[in-house]
Write a protein that binds this ligand. Structure first.
Ligand SMILES: [Zn+2]
Length: 74
């Protein structure tokens, strides 16, 4: 992703602390203790942090799916 690529808004940044890279993936998750079942929270991740953010959510059984960032609202 470059600054001349207008396909995505510029505020789609990786959610990993201190990263700030362009997001490539959307991790969709739900915490059943605080969210209704159909609710989806979204973390954005770059290629590098997809695995670490996904593992964090998966360990807590919060992770529902991971989709390309452009498909996050689908
Ligand atoms: Zn990142």
């Amino acid at each position: 992703m470059t600054e001349t690529d207008a396909a995505l808004p510029t505020d789609l940044r990786c959610s990993a602390k201190g990263c700030g890279a362009d997001a490539v993936w959307a991790l969709r998750w739900n915490n059943p203790k605080v969210h209704t079942p159909e609710r989806r929270k979204i973390w954005l991740a770059c290629d590098e942090h997809r695995a670490t953010l996904g593992a964090f959510l998966d360990q807590r059984s919060f992770l529902r799916d991971i989709v390309p960032v452009a498909d996050r609202d689908a």
